[in-house]
Write a protein that binds this ligand. Structure first.
Ligand code: ZN
Length: 222
């Protein structure tokens, strides 16, 4: 059955335990904000798809117990180049997320903008990360979370060729549960109450809606 859902991306929660990339800090949120958002989501869980990008250690240490306490399910898009690095998920944490009923997907190897890579480098990002996660999880990995929301026709084609069945972007708005491209929206630490409310209700500003409409129209031409 096709249900339209609001896709949400969390990145880091609490205090980072690794050196952040330039521009990454605004995507970290407090535990209090995370909990209050989960409380809203838990009132109507069928309306949402909860996702986590980057494979931060907080996915396991902070997010997992709070998701389980509210009987919520989420997808975790992991960077395989960071597995077992300080501040990031280790192999054990990834298998525990899976065992707890969470989904695991690829966010690539090294957090690159896939639009800027040549064909071979892109293939390594998509295929190598998929193989590493499949060996670790013992199951097929079919979902990819696109870093920096950076996709174009070549990226989507390469994702399909590598065997992915869905690509999770950050274009905002609702996603169809049977679509290849799954738009989501990032939660930021500097969002005010109104912005958070808009995000949780699936509302978009007119500029954002226009931008998304153009991108999705382009997608249909591919
Ligand atoms: Zn990312």
């Amino acid at each position: 059955m096709n249900i339209r859902r609001i896709g949400i991306i969390f990145h880091g929660i609490g205090t980072p335990e690794r050196t952040l990339e330039p521009g990454e800090e605004p995507y970290w949120i407090s535990i209090e904000r995370f909990e209050s958002m989960l409380d809203v989501i838990a009132e109507d869980p069928e309306r949402y798809r909860i996702t986590f990008d980057d494979g931060n250690f907080s996915d396991h240490a902070i997010a997992l117990p709070r998701l389980l306490a509210r009987e919520l399910q989420a997808e975790f898009f992991v960077l395989t180049g960071r597995i077992n690095q300080p501040g990031s998920l280790g192999s054990r944490e990834i298998t525990e997320l899976l065992a707890a009923g969470m989904g695991i997907g690829s966010h690539g190897v090294a957090h690159r903008d896939w639009r800027r890579l040549d064909k071979n480098a892109l293939r390594v990002e998509l295929e190598e990360s998929k193989i590493v996660l499949e060996e670790l999880c013992g199951e097929l990995i079919t979902k990819a979370g696109i870093p920096f929301g950076g996709w174009n026709a070549s990226v989507l084609k390469a994702l399909r060729q590598a065997g992915y069945e869905s690509a999770w972007s950050s274009d905002g708005g609702c996603m169809r549960s049977d679509a290849f491209l799954r738009p989501r929206r990032s939660v930021r630490g500097d969002m005010d109450e109104k912005a958070l409310e808009d995000l949780l209700s699936g509302r978009m500003s007119s500029v954002r809606r226009l931008r998304r409409g153009l991108r999705m129209a382009l997608r249909r031409l591919i």
